[in-house]
Ligand binder design. Structure first.
Ligand code: SF4
Ligand code: SF4
Length: 432
């Protein structure tokens, strides 16, 4: 660790007065009930490491990595301890000491090479179907049965459109739409809903061809060098002055642009000024749409039955970006929807990116609590603005759950078409 970084991290951990107010906020601690696994324990371990009292053992590594990076500890800390910064620095230190698991290195290599990613997903599409036919019942990835994994789009979403989609009339705004890998390769339904809604707002949409995976999975794993090329290319493409806003439909990509990019570039001693421009322009698409709801032709005389819907707050949206009102404003405006809050809507779903695959037992307990809270609302649809959460929640639903898992803009898009939601095919359990 660079001495300056060590000094800055030490200054953060020194703020901890061991009050313990973060402990009950930690979903991992609530699941495993071990002091070392709670935020206070982790902060004290890091403090002792920085003071030279303990080495970076494998057990230490395990404790630091058994964390969802959900930031719930941080928002509950009265002393302003920045757990996110401490954990990021320690993860980088762990990668420097122990290296990165080969499977993760392979995945990050794929994600940071758009051409390779594109061609490998053609094989993944064929392979997934073949594997499902052969082993559908037995195969699981972490806790998720293979049959619940999302299908690969028939072709990448971005290939469906011209780079610029112009409105019929005078443009009411100009945006870049960063689709992220998930919409581009797995969730074309979400992408189509985003484009449909923005078109109805008379917005000129540019879907830049020169966009890469945001790289946040590698960054948060402590591997900051591999995704650096992606970061710099995205910054240079998306910070251009041509658009008023950069819209994302993925909480994690938004967190990358608004939080991780400037931090990473500064940590590497690189120029972060353009990343700050991108940070200022990035909006979750739900924020952008919620501010313009009045301009949308929602049905006014809908007299049909309503469908009950609940919303899950992704950690990367509610805490990393402070977005929680916009999705609720959209959902409450839909005449076909009876919106109900679930208990602890902003508690992590237990996915935590690769956490659910690295620690499936801990993850499963946390996810089951989330799904129990969703069931308790009686909702037929749970919506959330993060593909990772949709994967975790949908993938862990029971066989008999008739709860669809969607992005809020998919419901808005349907509402704008005046659809009777009760007749829509929501019966598939955990449909993504
Ligand atoms: S809430 Fe903050 S000050 Fe209190 S124990 Fe947790 S990290 Fe330390
Ligand atoms: S980030 Fe979340 S999982 Fe990690 S220590 Fe804080 S509250 Fe616990």
């Amino acid at each position: 660790m660079h001495p300056q970084e060590a000094q800055a991290t030490k200054a953060i951990v020194d703020r901890c007065n061991k009050c313990g107010l973060c402990t009950s906020a930690c979903p991992v601690y609530r699941q495993v009930l071990i002091e070392a696994a709670n935020p206070r324990g982790r902060i004290q371990l890091v403090k002792n490491y920085l003071e030279g009292n303990i080495p970076l053992t494998k057990r230490f590594r395990e404790i630091i990595l058994t964390c969802l990076l959900c930031e719930n500890c941080m928002v509950n800390c009265p002393s302003g301890v920045r757990h996110d910064q401490v954990f990021n620095v320690l993860r980088a230190e762990l990668v420097a000491t122990y290296g990165l698991d080969w499977k993760k290195r392979l995945i990050f290599r794929l994600l940071t090479d758009e051409k390779l990613l594109r061609s490998s997903l053609v094989f993944a599409r064929l392979g997934r179907n073949w594997l499902l036919e052969k082993f559908a019942k037995e195969m699981r990835i972490g806790n998720i049965p293979a049959g619940r994994l999302p299908l690969v789009n028939p072709r990448p979403f971005r290939d469906r459109f011209n780079e610029v989609i112009r409105p019929d009339g005078e443009a009411q705004g100009r945006v870049f739409y960063f689709t992220g890998c998930f919409t581009n390769y797995f969730a074309e339904d979400v992408g189509k809903a985003v484009v449909n809604v923005l078109r109805k707002l008379q917005v000129e949409i540019e879907i830049p061809a020169a966009q890469d995976c945001c790289g946040i999975a590698a960054i948060l794993s402590g591997e900051g060098d591999l995704p650096l090329k992606n970061v710099q290319r995205n910054v240079s493409t998306l910070s251009r002055s041509r658009a008023d806003a950069v819209l994302v439909d993925c909480a994690t990509c938004g967190a990358a642009f608004r939080k991780e990019y400037p931090d990473l570039l500064s940590r590497k001693g690189l120029d972060a000024s353009q990343a700050e421009v991108l940070k200022g322009k990035t909006r979750d698409v739900m924020e952008y749409v919620a501010e313009r709801l009045a301009a949308l032709p929602l049905p006014v005389n809908y007299a049909g039955e309503k469908i009950r819907v609940t919303y899950h707050d992704p950690c990367h949206l509610v805490r990393a970006q402070g977005v929680s009102d916009a999705p609720r404003k959209i959902l409450r405006a839909l005449p076909q929807v009876e919106y109900v809050e679930m208990e602890e809507a902003n508690t992590c779903c237990g996915g935590g990116g690769s956490f659910q695959f690295d620690y499936p037992e801990v993850s499963k307990g946390i996810t089951e609590k989330k799904i129990g809270r969703i069931r308790a609302t009686g909702a037929r649809v749970v919506v959330t603005g993060c593909p990772g959460c949709r994967l975790t929640i949908g993938g862990n639903m029971g066989e008999r759950d008739s709860i669809a898992v969607l992005h809020p803009l998919q419901l808005l898009d349907m509402a704008l078409s005046g659809d009777d939601f009760t007749k829509l095919p929501f019966a598939l359990p955990g449909r993504l």
